[in-house]
Design a protein around this ligand. Structure first.
Ligand SMILES: *[C@@H]1O[C@H](CO)[C@@H](O)[C@H](O)[C@H]1NC(C)=O
Ligand SMILES: *[C@@H]1O[C@H](CO)[C@@H](O)[C@H](O)[C@H]1NC(C)=O
Ligand SMILES: *[C@@H]1O[C@H](CO)[C@@H](O)[C@H](O)[C@H]1NC(C)=O
Ligand SMILES: *[C@@H]1O[C@H](CO)[C@@H](O)[C@H](O)[C@H]1NC(C)=O
Ligand SMILES: *[C@@H]1O[C@H](CO)[C@@H](O)[C@H](O)[C@H]1NC(C)=O
Ligand SMILES: *[C@@H]1O[C@H](CO)[C@@H](O)[C@H](O)[C@H]1NC(C)=O
Length: 458
């Protein structure tokens, strides 16, 4: 089986069944992105167009003499790309070829202006990557010139030489451009690479529809599959497709990446399932700023004082049973966590006694930022923690009294933990070596847009 087929089969096994909710993203590239690509493409194009010209049979009197032709220079003066609606991209290349013809008695320079027009179809490949193919291509030739200072040559032999060179270029230039596009496809294929999200969890993107191409932009529907310990996680069923409205993000930016609410929900579900959101907050004795010991607690809960006449450190075991909820409102992203917190007295041999437990609700504001290809988050606590006693082994607990203590010992470690985790960042759809530059993050009702330029790192 060909590697591409094997990969296709593998992916089809890994992808959730049709009908499952797929965390959608949309990558929209506009004309500015196309100009950037044409700027990048000039140098490789110049190289690709350097085709070998075979020996030319020059007539010298009555004998034909094999004559070497060397490509001295290729100057690509125009490389222009434009979108063709429902199809792909039209390519125009204008170049001057300068050849050196090693004639007897003296060599000759020949300059040939060439224009190549090609249509590149952009489609959805079988393994979920964008695939570009040249569907029509033809070179147009202007008359060859012999620059001043080069040897004079009679019109007859010049016409023959020109015919020879044109025939070679006609055969080879479009093939060279097709080969260049094949290289581009390999690069675009890196879209489906696996990227880490957090401990033991990964994300992979793939294209789910044919691209939507208008005269102004190309828009790719991309979904994510999230993996925990190498296995795709099952997402709640909801088959709505994410659509990115026009006119979002920064006007005229090369790229706009729309991230659906589903994507945020899925990433949090993944982090929760991975246990990455759980944490232990531990106390220590003889510390002036760590309030987690039984003597501090004993002042609020008499039973704790009675049971632990000798002070013992206290630990909070924080576990997220429910998936955090992200709410995306215009200019506002918030995160709600509902941790279950168990308060334990810990002996020096790390044996523990469970004292009591809380159900807690914490609202956090979520600030999003992008660097290179990663979306990162930082959080801060909004308002008060909400506590409800879930169970107690130490009698009645006055929540109002315990609340300030919990507030003081809980918020900082929680934020440190969350910010370290969300600081790892979720990789956005990307291909190898291509980054987003000056990205800005916009929060809209129910989705987020990352808008910015592109930069290819050689
Ligand atoms: C074209 O390729 C030949 C052989 O690889 C090389 O010697 C020559 O310098 C190249 N010319 C240009 C203009 O790139
Ligand atoms: C090719 O060279 C000629 C003569 O130097 C120049 O007039 C023309 O603009 C050039 N064309 C391109 C496409 O570079
Ligand atoms: C493509 O984009 C146009 C313009 O935004 C929209 O009307 C159309 O529904 C889109 N087509 C698909 C298949 O998404
Ligand atoms: C308990 O914590 C308080 C507050 O940090 C501290 O002042 C006190 O020394 C601690 N008690 C012991 C026995 O460590
Ligand atoms: C966004 O959230 C902040 C609190 O972080 C709040 O003060 C503000 O009113 C909210 N803005 C909107 C537009 O909802
Ligand atoms: C958290 O936010 C929700 C929704 O805005 C609100 O109903 C709830 O009272 C908040 N809870 C706390 C503890 O701030």
């Amino acid at each position: 089986m060909a590697p591409a087929c094997r990969l296709g089969l593998l992916l089809s096994l890994l992808l959730p069944a049709v009908g499952a909710s797929l965390p959608g993203t949309v990558v929209r590239l506009n004309k500015a992105a196309l100009s950037y690509v044409s700027g990048l493409g000039k140098a490789p194009l110049q190289q690709a167009l350097n085709v070998t010209v075979p020996y030319f049979l020059d007539r010298n009197g009555k004998v034909h003499q094999p004559t070497r032709i060397q490509t001295l220079n290729i100057h690509v003066s125009h490389f222009h790309l434009k979108f063709v609606a429902d199809f792909g991209v039209r390519v125009l290349v204008a170049a001057n070829f300068t050849f050196k013809v090693f004639r007897v008695p003296e060599p000759l320079e020949l300059r040939l202006p060439v224009v190549v027009l090609a249509d590149a179809h952009v489609a959805q490949g079988s393994i979920g990557t964008p695939v570009v193919s040249i569907s029509a291509c033809f070179p147009l030739f202007n008359n060859a010139m012999v620059p001043d200072g080069s040897a004079r040559v009679a019109p007859g032999p010049l016409a023959l030489m020109q015919k020879h060179v044109r025939a070679v270029l006609r055969n080879k230039l479009c093939l060279s451009i097709s080969n260049l596009v094949q290289g581009l496809n390999v690069h675009l294929g890196t879209l489906i690479g696996l990227n880490p999200v957090g401990p033991e969890s990964q994300i992979r993107y793939f294209m789910v529809n044919v691209p939507n191409i208008t005269k102004d932009y190309i828009s790719l529907d991309i979904n994510a599959v999230l993996f925990l310990l190498g296995k795709p996680i099952v997402l709640p069923v909801d088959a709505t497709r994410f659509m990115l409205p026009l006119h979002v993000g920064t006007d005229g930016a090369m790229a706009a990446v729309g991230l659906s609410q589903d994507l945020f929900d899925s990433v949090l579900l993944l982090l929760q399932k991975a246990g990455a959101l759980n944490l232990d907050i531990t106390g220590q004795l003889d510390s002036d700023d760590n309030l987690l010991n039984t003597s501090v607690l004993g002042q609020l809960i008499p039973e704790v004082a009675r049971r632990f006449p000798k002070p013992m450190p206290v630990a909070l075991k924080v576990q997220l049973g429910a998936t955090p909820v992200v709410t995306l409102h215009t200019h506002n992203a918030t995160l709600q966590l509902q941790p279950f917190v168990e308060v334990r007295a810990v002996a020096s041999n790390s044996a523990f006694q469970s004292l009591f437990s809380f159900d807690m609700v914490v609202n956090l504001s979520l600030q999003l930022s992008v660097s290179k290809v990663k979306l990162r988050g930082t959080t801060s606590v909004l308002g008060d923690l909400q506590l409800t006693v879930a169970s107690s082994n130490v009698g009645f607990i006055d929540t109002d009294q315990v609340h300030p203590l919990m507030d003081a010992v809980f918020k900082r470690p929680l934020l440190d933990h969350l910010n370290a985790l969300l600081g790892i960042g979720v990789t956005l759809p990307n291909v190898v070596n291509l980054h987003y530059v000056n990205p800005e993050v916009f929060v809209y009702e129910g989705y987020v847009v990352v808008s910015g330029g592109l930069f290819y790192q050689h």
